[in-house]
Design a protein around this ligand. Sequence first.
Ligand code: G1P
Length: 290
Amino acid sequence: MKAVRKAVLPVAGLGTRVLPGSKTTPKELLNVVDRPILSYIVEEAREAGIEHLVFVTGRGKAAIEDYFDHHIELEAQLEAKGKTEMLAAIRAELPRPGEMSFVRQMRPLGLGHAVWCARDIVGDEPFAVLLPDVIIDAAPGGLKQLVDAYGKVGGNLISVEEVAPSETDKYGIVDPLSRDGDLVKMKGMVEKPKPEAAPSTLSITGRYILQPEIFPLLAEQGRGAGGEIQLTDGMARLMERQDFHAQVYAGVSYDCGDKIGLLRANVALALKRPDLGDAARAAVEALLRG
Ligand code: G1P
């Protein structure tokens, strides 16, 4: 079984749900507490053993490349002022030379098309996909849990969680065949079904491990839900030939592409921070008291 060394991060999305904040700042760089959403996602990928990150970017996303590069003036200023802790934190996130690639999705044709844009860099090996909208708060991290499950069952895997029956039309939904603990063998999946048509309430959370045979399927994938080329539809076809498991991961997810999800992430992760938790709790309680 080949190890999962590469991860694809589709970061070309327009972020329409968090406008106007995402008009000139990529939504992936909006802050949660004191660092960008993307910083949490990259940390999760590295923890899972990922050695190479492929960002699928688009117009207006150049700040993402700059974020993962030296900022010479800033670093010099921090050094001159003796802010060594902040300087170390900023440098710790920087990639090893060559650890990151950036490829452009030139038209917003959907998640399946975005992943397909990474095919030449991924090549002929299994790879992970992390949707950068979703922060997963978990230990071990969401992708690490999936990589561990991959070590046992191989094939293709996705992270899932339970959603309310009325919410199925916001997510990809799994059609389960059988369940063994946190692992669900799948027989199908469907993108954003109406509640009455949903095969279950297990929703795709935004972490995937896929075999490279997905790429030729995505190349010829027609438009699906929302008029977009859907990754879910490509996976449903790959499932006719290869094994797919869903893992009900242990942890909490925050949809940071959504106003309330972003707010929840900020509050929840501030409350958990050893350096900020007490102050965050006092601030939230004062607000609730009115
Ligand atoms: C995407 C996927 C969907 C998944 C969701 C998770 O949808 O297509 O299957 O459940 O992310 O956030 P999007 O939110 O990009 O419409």
